[in-house]
Design a binder for this molecule. Sequence first.
Ligand code: ADP
Ligand code: MG
Length: 288
Amino acid sequence: MNDCIIKTENLGFTYADDEELATAEIPALAGVSINIGRGEYVAILGHNGSGKSTLAKLLNMILTPNVGKIYIDGRDITAEDFTEDDMFDIRRKIGMVFQNPDNQLVATVVEEDVAFGPENLGLPREEIRRRVNSSLSLVGMTEYARHAPHKLSGGQKQRVAIAGIIAMKPQVIIFDESTAMLDPQGRREVVDIMERLNREENITILNITHYMEEAARADRVIVINDGRIALDGTPREVFSNVEKLREMGLEAPQGNELILELKNAGIKIDGDSLTESECIETLYKFLS
Ligand code: ADP
Ligand code: MG
């Protein structure tokens, strides 16, 4: 892919406590080479401890790789001559939304919270206002502009946190299990916004998640297992590897699981089963 916003080559990272530097540790990530095109909507799946957050932190320069290369928007962020200013530039390009919305909100009024990032950029007042208004509108929180964040629902808080990121005009947003603490309603709200930011604003989305239905909504799914890329393809391609996913402690969406079980039982059924409606259709065709 020519127009890569993120490219890694043989990326590796090992956490080492100072005392234990001498001992050979297991790398959290190893040999990770990925290309993410500008405007892609990618889900990243993997069981607990597989290295997903480590990857996100490397891309956002919270961590520095021990081996390999990372190019963001064509720039080698592992280069020797990379300055602190360059680093802030990367952090502005790649926004991160974390798991717990309470840890991401800093102000006592929603609009002040969203203004926090742009204020730190030293932007003119009118520009800050414009960005706060358009960001709140994009996440559907305009009517809460003067509310106190701590009184909002989990999904609403997460939407305010997202607005704060959008106000920095990032090219990429990485959601690191950003829906894990939300109820189904809140999860839907946040995933709808991911989709909207991708489709309407052409923001590249990386959604790190362990919800299969969420991953199925992305255009591409990358599965990480024990620090390495295990699968990479469209949701349909990736979720057809039902048994491989199981071995990695993951489950394909229920429809795929069901159809596989039926096949394993010797029943000659075939057809798509990624979404609930496809699965129903396949069963219906088989039965009629
Ligand atoms: P995931 O986000 O997929 O759950 P992580 O990237 O957080 O996985 O972790 C990958 C591996 O690195 C795990 O084995 C984890 O225990 C280890 N790890 C993560 N953070 C640290 C840390 N700060 N210090 C030491 N080991 C860590
Ligand atoms: Mg994690």
